[in-house]
Design a protein around this ligand. Structure first.
Ligand code: ZN
Length: 413
C-alpha cells in the first residue's frame, strides 16, 4: 500500500514536470503559410515552419509530419519573425508588486498591452526596475506567458529638470528619478540600475520642464553616463525633445533616440546626417505626436533620416499611452512613406541587431529562436494595419497569445 502511494506520488511529480515543460515550449507545425523569412528576401508561400525545443527546426515548402506536435493550420496567414516594441513602460499601477501578483492577472495584462499585438520582445525605457525585473523573472521562468523584456530601470534627467508631464507621479516614485549634478552622482545612478538587473540605459538629453521649454542635460554628464553604460555592455537610449537634445545625444555617444524630436526648429539635414554618421537608431513614436501641430514636420524628419540611411526601430511609448491601440502608429509610418518591408525591418531585424541578439532572432531561419508573429492579413496588401491583425504570438516556441477562434489541432497546450 505504502509502495503504491509512493508510486502515485512520483507519477504525479512526473506529470507535473512534463506539463511544466510543455507549457514552457512545445513542438509546433505551422502549415501552409506565407513566410516573410526576412524583410529583404522574397517570401515563401505554401511553407511549413517546424518548431522544436524553442527553436525553428525546419522551414520547408514540403508538408512535414511531426508526431505529437501541435498543428497551427495557416492557409492565408503570414508568418514573420517576432515583433519588437522598443519603447514601452511598465509603470501603470497595475504592474506594481509584479513579484506577487497572480500569474493569470499578469498574463491577461501582458496580452492586453503587448502580446495581442504580436510583440515577442519589448524594451521598457523607464519604470521601477525592481518591479519590472521581477516581472521579467516570472516570464523567463515560464510561469507567466509573455514577451522577452529589456528594461532601462530609472531614467536619468538633467539637474533640477524633471519633465512637467511627470508632475502627477506619486511622490515616492518621483523621489527615485535621478537628476545628477556631477559625475559621481551619474556613476552611482548607473550602478544602482545595473545592480537591479537592467539591460539598457535611458537619458533625457532634453527634458520638457514646461510645455515648449526644454532643459538640456550637461554634455559632460551625458558622456559620463554613456561611458559607464558602454563599459558594462549596455546601450543607451535618449529622449532628445529638440535639436539640442539630439546634438547632446550625438556628442555623448548615445545609441538610440527613443523618440523623433517633436520640437522641430533647427533639426536640419546636417544634424540628421551627423546622427546617421554616428550610427544612431531612431524610434519615431509618431502616434504620440499625431495630435500636435508639428506632426507633418516630424514625419518629414523621420523620412529624411531614413533616406539618409538612418536605422529606424518600431516603438510606441505604450504604458505611458494607455489605450494600447497600435493602428495609428502603423498609419503614421505609412504616411511617412515607408514600405511594408521597411516597417517589417523596424519590427524585426533592426531591433534584434541593435539589442545585440541579431544572431539569435530577427528572421525566420532554421536554428534561430522560435519568436514568431503570425498575421491573418498580408502586409503586402498595402493596408498598414495588416501588422496589427495578429493570429498567434509565439515566443521561444511557446504560444503566448492566440486570437479567439484561431484554429489549432493536435496535442493539447
Ligand atoms: Zn516613454
Amino acid at each position: 500500500m505504502r509502495i503504491l502511494q509512493r508510486m502515485k506520488f512520483f507519477l504525479i511529480l512526473f506529470l507535473c514536470a512534463t506539463a511544466g515543460r510543455y507549457a514552457a515550449s512545445q513542438d509546433l507545425v505551422i502549415e501552409d503559410a506565407k513566410v516573410y523569412v526576412s524583410p529583404d528576401a522574397a517570401p515563401l508561400t505554401g511553407a511549413t515552419v517546424v518548431v522544436r525545443q524553442g527553436k525553428i527546426a525546419e522551414l520547408t515548402t514540403h508538408p512535414v509530419k511531426v508526431k505529437g506536435a501541435t498543428v497551427l493550420p495557416c492557409k492565408g496567414c503570414v508568418v514573420c519573425a517576432g515583433f519588437w516594441n522598443t519603447h514601452v513602460h511598465f509603470m501603470e499601477p497595475k504592474w506594481y508588486d509584479a513579484a506577487h501578483a497572480p500569474a493569470d492577472k499578469l498574463e491577461e495584462q501582458l496580452q492586453a498591452m503587448l502580446t495581442r499585438a504580436g510583440f515577442t520582445s519589448v524594451v521598457d525605457t523607464a519604470s521601477d526596475p525592481a518591479n519590472t525585473v521581477a516581472l521579467r523573472k516570472r516570464v523567463e521562468s515560464g510561469e507567466v506567458p509573455g514577451p522577452h523584456i529589456y528594461t532601462a530601470g530609472w531614467p536619468l534627467f538633467p539637474a533640477h529638470a524633471l519633465p512637467f508631464y511627470l508632475d502627477d507621479l506619486p511622490p515616492e516614485f518621483r523621489a527615485q528619478l535621478g537628476q545628477p549634478e556631477d559625475e559621481a552622482q551619474v556613476d552611482a545612478l548607473i550602478e544602482r540600475n545595473r545592480a537591479l538587473g537592467t539591460d539598457v540605459v535611458k537619458l533625457f538629453t532634453g527634458s520638457y520642464i514646461k510645455r515648449g521649454k526644454v532643459a538640456p542635460m550637461s554634455l559632460t554628464l551625458a558622456r559620463r553616463a554613456v561611458e559607464d553604460a558602454h563599459r558594462n555592455g549596455r546601450i543607451v537610449f535618449a529622449h532628445p525633445s529638440n535639436a539640442e537634445g539630439i546634438q547632446i545625444a550625438i556628442d555623448s555617444g548615445v545609441d538610440v533616440l527613443a523618440h523623433a524630436p517633436d520640437t522641430v526648429k533647427g533639426v536640419d539635414d546636417s544634424l540628421l546626417k551627423r546622427a546617421v554618421e554616428h550610427r544612431m537608431t531612431m524610434v519615431p513614436t509618431l502616434k504620440l505626436f499625431s495630435g500636435t501641430d508639428n506632426i507633418v514636420e516630424i514625419r518629414a524628419i523621420v523620412k529624411r533620416f531614413h533616406d539618409m540611411g538612418g536605422a529606424l526601430m518600431f516603438g510606441t511609448d505604450t504604458g505611458y499611452l494607455t489605450d494600447y491601440d497600435y493602428t495609428e502608429e502603423f498609419r503614421q509610418l505609412h504616411q511617412v512613406g515607408l514600405s511594408d518591408r521597411d516597417v517589417l525591418a523596424m519590427l524585426t531585424t533592426v531591433p534584434s541587431r541593435r539589442l545585440g541578439v541579431g544572431a539569435q532572432k530577427g528572421t525566420v531561419t532554421k536554428g534561430l529562436a522560435a519568436d514568431l508573429t503570425v498575421l491573418s492579413t498580408d502586409p503586402d496588401s498595402g493596408d498598414p494595419i495588416a501588422f496589427t491583425q495578429v493570429l498567434y504570438t509565439i515566443a521561444g516556441g511557446r504560444v503566448i497569445y492566440r486570437r479567439a477562434g484561431a484554429a489549432q489541432t493536435g496535442a493539447l497546450r
